[in-house]
Design a protein around this ligand. Sequence first.
Ligand code: ADP
Ligand code: MG
Length: 728
Amino acid sequence: MSQLRFRVVESAFEKQAAEPVAPAERPSAYYGELVFNREKMFKYLPGSAYRRLVDSIDNGTPLDRETADAVASGMKKWAMEKGATHYTHWFHPLTEGTAEKHDAFIEQDGKGGVLEEFDGKLLIQQEPDASSFPNGGIRNTFEARGYSAWDPSSPAFIVGDTLCVPTVFIAYTGESLDYKAPLLKALEAVNKAAVDVCHYFNPEVRKVCAYLGWEQEYFLVDEGLYAARPDLLMTGRTLIGHESAKNQQLEDHYFGAIPTRVMAFMKELEVEALRLGIPVKTRHNEVAPNQFELAPIFEECNLANDHNLLIMALMRKISRKHGFRVLLHEKPFKGVNGSGKHNNWSLGTDTGVLLMAPGKTPEENLRFVAFAVNVLKAVYTHNALLKASIASATNAHRLGANEAPPAIISCFLGAQLSRVLEHLENRDAEDFNLAGKQGMKLGIARIPELLIDNTDRNRTSPFAFTGNRFEFRAVGSSANCAAAMLVLNAAVADQLRQFKAEVDARIAAGKETFAAIIEVIRADIKACEAVHFDGNGYSEDWKAEAARRGLDCETSVPLIFDAYLRESSVRMFESTGVMTRKELEARNEVKWEMYTKKIQIEARVLGELAMNQIIPTAIKYQSSLIDNVYKTRALFPADKAARLSAKNMEIIEEIANRTIFIKEKVDEMVEARKIANRIGSEREKAIAYHDRIVPLMEAIRYPIDKLERIVDDRLWTLPKYRELLFIR
Ligand code: ADP
Ligand code: MG
């Protein structure tokens, strides 16, 4: 996350752009070539199947088996022409990342041979042997019954020799076991609720779509060095390591040229992404050394999320071809900025209107203000839940670490929108006329169309209005965006429904529509004042102020997860049809369990590093010093020897003290783990790991980082920060 956000168009770029590009190499020539998009559907499907499929994608109408068979057959033909031999249902289990099980197209033909087979049944539904995916106890392991079901709204694509069919993953009893199923439900809920509110302004709106534009930050490290760091290999972050003398102080990386090897990686990544129909657009260095960002043009939320998951997989794969490993962890290096994934979010209608952008007429601006205030209110009501949606063992290192907003959700509106809301709240709105003088007084008649790139920016806010969208910035770089997006869309859907109920009640009581809307907005602005904060989110004052305002200030990740099970959250999820109490309870079990496991692995790796590498290395160096002291004594008279050895004696003692301390703390940590592991409740166990193990890990790291500075560099077995961060 950067505070300085200059987009550096670097000279090498300009040079490349100036060179003519052969037509076949232009992105337009290969964009989407690996996607079964509408163009291919049209080409490979019979007319009726094409029409039914498009109707299903656009309007959610269910597909009959006959259409599914026709689609499967067309898809198979296209995929085989592209060299695919296998197919897979691609889904997003509650772990991070994606899962897939590949099956060949072949079936026995009954005559001793095989033929290529892929029918509607295989397209629609598959039963992966899924007992080992986390499910929080919904599906008993011995039953192992879960199935993946086709999501026609996200097009199939080819990776390598495999046709990938995006799917939801659900239990036989109907509960979601993944991120996609509840996300789709939340998108449907916000569509319905927003269409209803749009009808106050335009009865012709039939559909409201949620958009997502993510900005993916990441680090690259040399693969050889990565392999020599067991902590990076096993946990994705460095558990130890002293800051290097030069870091990001000079901010020269942000302004710097992209190194050649990195550029080669980026180019290949972009070509592969474009072939998969991911409209990647922006690439640049980030603030920290070896940190970069990639962002596409925003897309429909479900598709954008699939694309983000695909990009993360592509990054892992392609980085290795260039001798790198990509780090998607939120905080791979201490003392260096971490990585986030801004989620730019907005709603748009099928009539072509962005609902989070000001318009030209007073009516359009009332609509804009109505939607903005509804978002604000949703963020206020569910601020604890939104924080829970981005909380994880890994993102915990980033939030509140003085480079990212604290673990408090507030909303930045900027000077212009703030002024509009202030006017609305404070002026007398009786007997108003939108277009006339009253409209002027209310501040909504003329809202300057904000120039997106000129909007005043506040990089310290976790949730910010940026001209035509809101930017949820607290999302972690390794996260599945769906976790945050399903909560945000569901919360906004629920809020819009309440808003409509209140407006309708006033209309029923005889109020004019716009007057009713303004009345409700004014009450809402007042009600959610606490969440609106345009100041410096990094400041200590804000933490105290936020607590006074009643915003959720919990910092312990296992306790932050409790927000999912608050009555207000359960009611919101159930009334929008996004998740049931049972699902929420099961998913929290998974969250706590994942938290525990991550810390457990880190603690084990740290213990091993301390005992197998740090202490032996330090003692080896110490022995050479002791040897030197002894020999000094043999060579010189006692007085002189004592004086000459004094500094070495200090180091010998320091090493002794630090290694003793490390060993004691490692033992303590092992004991603490044993106690924690005996706890039955996943929640309590996660709390124990947070309260007992994490502080011990910090305690162990400190003397190790000190030792790194005094021990002979030639003996130190682990690559240091200066190598990891600066060698390309
Ligand atoms: P910045 O780093 O200044 O925030 P970028 O241009 O890097 O901005 O990225 C902004 C992201 O927001 C891009 O993915 C862009 O497509 C997306 N975006 C722009 N407008 C909207 C919108 N109305 N709704 C959702 N996403 C949007
Ligand atoms: Mg941004």
